[in-house]
Write a new protein. Sequence first.
Length: 201
Amino acid sequence: MEIKLSDLIKNMVDSGSNTLDAGNLGLSTIPEEILELGDIIEVLYLTKSYPDSESQEGKWFSSKQPYGEAKTNIISSVSPNIKKLRNLKKLSIQVALATDVLNFLDMLPSLEELTIIPDKNYFDTKEVTEKKVDFSFLGSPKNLKKLWIQAIGIEDLHSLATLEKLEYLNCAGSPVTNLDGIATLKNLKEIQTCKYLQNVN
């Protein structure tokens, strides 16, 4: 049975929930139906899985929507109307990394938790360099407390230096070689990389 976004939204609104799981719907953009939810929505999952932010063991949940490879969301464009989601606190999104699709993050003033899953695993940093991926967008959501950016091919964390409220960072699978770029983040307590788990005092 095919899952319709309109039914998911209706169920969310009717139940009084502030959370929408729209994973595995084959989306290439964030539909206006979602953006029109405005202040109602606080949590938006657009990925086939997303982290349990309360777990100490790094658990992930699977989307409640049936998974099929053809239905994977890969967001490559976002309307400026994303600014309507003023109360959005948690976002999990799978994107075409070699685009400027994530430049909207500064339009989400309430965002506290962000998970970015790339369209593929960028373990080869040469490929990321060739596609000229600009990671400066990562520094724009100023109220961010938790960030998951596994396998996006980032080496230099200086773009995160403005995230003064950041408490948790997971960049596992990305070739981060040092933590110089985030050395001034006083609230950062936990970092996970592909090589080690380190507590920052």
